[in-house]
Write a protein that binds this ligand. Structure first.
Ligand SMILES: [Cu+2]
Length: 128
């Protein structure tokens, strides 16, 4: 009888922390990290358009990992009212002070330009 109680207590000790601290989803996430895969499933970067152009002008991204790049235009007097990433046929309006998130998965290594709508302002995505 004493052994049985000890066993149950032991089982509760094993199970309780999972439910108390994280719930099932958290536990699953942790398991994946431990396995060393999918630790970071999205890569993100941010680019600001200022009077000096795109800052930073070069972005390094890893191939095969979905990318989320946030563009924000901070100057009013500019031709950069659109942002384009021709290699991924992306073209979006870039309103003043409104973050615009561009999502794509870099499939090929190399250098790809992102530009204003007319291709005058330029930056580079470097995929490695
Ligand atoms: Cu332009």
């Amino acid at each position: 009888m004493k052994n049985k109680i000890a066993f149950i207590t032991f089982c509760l000790t094993l199970v309780a922390p999972t439910f108390l601290t994280e719930g099932a989803q958290g536990a699953q996430k942790q398991k994946r990290s431990r396995a060393g895969r999918n630790v970071k499933s999205v890569q993100s970067a941010a680019v600001t358009l200022t009077d000096k152009g795109y800052q930073p002008a070069n972005l390094k991204l890893r191939r095969g990992v979905p990318a989320r790049v946030t563009f924000i235009r901070r100057i009013e007097e500019t031709c950069g009212t659109e942002i384009a990433l021709p290699a991924y046929t992306i073209r979006r309006a870039l309103p003043l002070n409104e973050p615009v998130i561009i999502e794509f998965t870099p499939v090929k290594a190399g250098e790809f330009n992102f530009t204003c709508g007319m291709g005058m302002l330029r930056g580079t995505v470097i995929v490695q």
